[in-house]
Write a protein that binds this ligand. Structure first.
Ligand code: F6P
Length: 362
């Protein structure tokens, strides 16, 4: 007699909009096509797999969650030793515990939704013998092998909205405003939100800025009669002087800095160089909260149903992605191999330059 198909679900790493929509997509499609499927939701990311803490999910668990932010399963970050292991605080390898849960539940596949780090960890799980399908989620949009990740567009919408709102107060007070957006070491979110909201200067990690050039751009705007300026700053933006430092030197400089984030440092340097009154706004995790935008609801549903089809076809060790509007399956090995930084010759950067947006490099 054929035994039931058993699938585990994990949401891991930083949360983002669209996780529940993706969970729903996987569940609804599996229940529709796979007779007697059994689905187990791991609580709090890999932690649930490690500790054997999970929930048997019924059909009704996948209803009414499309528009909900966060993840109904909870999430967490685990310590990861690059290419080697997922470990606890004492450095103990957690793979045996995860394999134990996987085998005890007799899973046919584990669907893992996560960002860059999660994809890398998922590769280790796959190497250890688990059948893995992953979905790319992150507001950073920095996962290799897919044009877009779910969560990204929702965060772009929020970042855009923040800068839209800052415009009026910047204008009323004739101030310079820096709005710092997330994205870790990649500039996708800041570039897109910056263009969408009409930022005057955009500073992203991929294009190191020169502070004098940023100051000169502000002065130029003031001379041409503009009484305010908006700078969209990626949290990972780097100055040209910091860009040539080693990672260790940069880490030390950051530790010693009196500024809590890069924007505060840039603001104080600019105020000194230009004399223009300057303020900083950091929306932070607000960018990851709330309901997914319609685009992310659709994308996460597409990704979720694609994962169900991969499971039905036993096509494991793959990540679902989207390229040129087509849903694709990407070898997990490739997806986990590197970070998708914003190419400096990306057409959107040229578009921004075409309308006079400055990046602090010229
Ligand atoms: O990867 C998503 C992200 O929001 C990054 O943009 C940001 O640098 C990081 O997570 C923040 O991490 P945490 O939620 O652990 O503070």
């Amino acid at each position: 007699m054929k035994r039931n198909t058993r699938v585990g679900l994990v949401t891991s790493g930083g949360d983002c909009q669209g996780l529940n929509a993706a969970i729903r997509g996987v569940g609804k499609a599996l229940f529709q096509y796979v007779p007697n499927v059994e689905i187990f939701g791991m609580y709090d990311g890999y932690k649930g797999l490690i500790e054997g803490d999970y929930k048997f999910m019924e059909k009704r668990d996948f209803s009414g969650i499309l528009t909900e932010g966060g993840t109904i399963l909870g999430t967490s970050r685990q310590r990861y030793i690059p290419g080697k292991a997922i470990v606890d605080d004492e450095g103990n390898d957690l793979m045996p515990a995860m394999l134990d849960t996987y085998n005890r539940l007799n899973l046919d596949c584990l669907v893992v939704m996560g960002g860059n780090g999660t994809q890398k960890s998922a590769k280790l799980l796959s190497d250890a013998g688990m059948n893995i399908v992953t979905l790319p989620k992150t507001i950073d949009n920095d996962i290799f092998g897919t044009d877009t990740t779910f969560g990204f567009q929702s965060a772009v919408d929020i970042g855009t909205n923040v800068i839209d709102y800052i415009h009026s107060t910047a204008s009323s007070h004739s101030r310079v405003f820096l709005v710092e957006l997330m994205g870790r070491d990649a500039g996708w979110l800041t570039l897109n939100a910056g263009i969408a909201s009409g930022a005057d200067i955009i500073l992203i990690p991929e294009i190191p800025y020169n502070i004098e050039k940023v100051a000169a751009a502000l002065e130029e705007r003031r001379r041409s009669g503009r009484n305010f300026s908006i700078i969209a700053v990626a949290e990972g933006a780097v100055s040209d002087t910091d860009a040539v430092m080693s990672e260790e030197e940069r880490r030390r400089a950051k530790e010693q800095s009196r500024h809590s984030t890069i924007s505060y440092r840039i603001a104080s340097e600019l105020e000194e160089l230009t004399g223009q009154e300057t303020r900083v706004t950091v929306p932070g995790h607000y960018q990851r909260g709330g309901p997914p935008c319609p685009y992310d609801r659709v994308l996460a549903t597409q990704f979720g149903t694609a994962a169900a089809h991969l499971i039905m076809n036993k096509q494991y060790a793959t990540m679902v992605g989207i390229r040129n509007g087509q849903i694709v399956s990407v070898p997990l090995e490739d997806a986990a191999s590197r970070t998708k930084f914003l190419p400096v010759d990306h057409p959107l950067i040229q578009v921004a330059r075409d309308i006079g947006i400055r990046f602090g490099d010229e």
